[in-house]
Write a protein that binds this ligand. Structure first.
Ligand code: NAD
Length: 256
């Protein structure tokens, strides 16, 4: 898909990978709703991008754990720019770490890292089936493909996010609904440093497992990989060469 003139919603757009996606999409001529739990960050990203690409974005505070708030993002996109062509389910949290994670920790991680994707798909896919096209981009993680030391809630919800994206793709792909699933390893964002900063041994081990496994990419490099995948309509987006290599060694189908 060529994103020029297309309408996109990016959740978690106020920081890290999401803000890089917003900047890259606007550069390519897309119109973007920048959504984040942190309303001020979303506004700051939107204003910064609009300075270079006037009128290309609007911002909104939104918690993706609430269906109503996702619906409001879709409505905002529609009133500002037109029907949503691309939805980036990118907001994510590292979550609690080990077996001491409580019920509420699990609920929050499942809500933000998995059910938010399901909520958005339930709202958008029926419209896209009517229109015959739409693009769902799920930010999962390499931790959703290869389990590594670190957060239990993260590993489990990211595996489930990969499974949901794949299910969407095999179920609706032949009716115009495109799906890509982004699975990076380490990316230089607040989420990555939060493990090291947590003071928790498992958190530090998680960050070190990722950073010692290979390169830590900048968010803009990840956004470039996503945009290339959108053009090729490629399902799995693995910006890290070492993760691709692991899959080659496993003989995995994911090497595409
Ligand atoms: P980040 O912390 O820089 O950005 C995440 C953004 O999501 C923040 O602005 C935060 O406010 C927002 N957010 C959190 N909960 C939200 C909610 N309930 N509703 C709306 N917004 C919410 O982190 P990032 O690294 O840019 O993370 C983006 C995505 O990339 C996440 O899904 C993360 O799991 C994934 N990821 C990150 C890495 C990495 O190494 N940084 C690796 C693999 C996957």
């Amino acid at each position: 898909m060529n994103v020029a003139q297309r309408v996109a919603v990016v959740t978690g757009g106020g920081a890290g990978i999401g803000s890089a996606l917003v900047a890259r999409l606007a550069r390519e001529g897309a119109r973007v709703v920048v959504a984040d739990l942190d309303t001020d960050s979303a506004r700051a990203v939107s204003e910064g991008v609009n300075a270079d690409h006037p009128g290309s974005t609007v911002s909104a505070g939104a918690d993706v754990s609430d269906t109503e708030q996702i619906q409001q993002l879709i409505d905002l996109a529609e009133s500002a720019f037109g029907p949503v062509d691309l939805y980036f389910a990118n907001a994510g949290i590292a979550g609690a770490l080990g077996l001491d994670a409580g019920e509420q920790d699990w609920d929050r991680s499942i809500d933000v890292n998995l059910r938010a994707h399901i909520r958005a798909a339930r709202l958008l896919v029926p419209r896209w089936l009517e229109r015959g096209e739409g693009y769902f981009v799920s930010t999962a993680s390499a931790a959703g493909l290869l389990t590594q030391i670190g957060s239990a809630t993260y590993a489990v919800t990211k595996h489930a996010a990969v499974a949901f994206a794949e299910w969407l793709s095999v179920t609706y792909g032949d009716r115009g609904v495109r799906v890509s699933c982004l699975c990076p390893m380490g990316v230089n964002t607040r989420l990555l440093s939060s493990g090291e900063d947590s003071g928790d041994a498992l958190g530090r081990a998680a960050t070190r497992a990722v950073t010692s496994a290979g390169d830590v990419l900048e968010p803009a490099e990840v956004a470039d990989a996503v945009l290339a995948a959108l053009e090729d309509e490629c399902f799995l987006v693995l910006p890290h060469e070492d993760v691709r290599e692991m899959h080659r060694q496993k003989g995995s189908d994911y090497d595409r």
